[in-house]
Design a binder for this molecule. Sequence first.
Ligand SMILES: [Zn+2]
Length: 180
Amino acid sequence: MRNLSKPLLTRRRMKLTPEMVPEPLWGISACRRVRPQSLWRSIRSCEIDRAGHRCEVCEETTPPLYCHEQWHYDDRKARATLIGFRVICQDCNYAVHIGLAYNRGKGPEALAQLTRVNSISDLEANQMVERATATWEKRSRKNWRLSVSPRLLRAFPQLRVLLGVDTRSNDSSICSIEIS
Ligand SMILES: [Zn+2]
């Protein structure tokens, strides 16, 4: 019998989760830093080809498709590492950037996508967002140093521009996340 005092949402791995970028890292991304922009576009088109022009989460093929940057946050070392890219559709992009989705009046669509793709209830989807928000708040209080996984760097040497970026010395005051 299920213990009713436990939260509904288990820690099982979800296909789609909100990935809130810590505030000090807003505006710092491969999409924004790799220049000229044609170099970023070459990464993007390479990844969309690799994914067969479909969303890697829900298999949607309707454009636009986004080249989402996957970052790993090492909370102990305060190091954010770009570990890969995932091609995602519009609705999955809203779910991943759920804070941004709410700001743009797309919160309900984002929640609906979390529910549908993960086969979870509305309540569980809301719990997911609450957890992601709590993590985001903790991570937003730190300064971060950037890194790129060696595998990714071998595939796309143009990502070298991200190495060693430190939010303590970051001169970027851009406060929006580029949807790439
Ligand atoms: Zn999708």
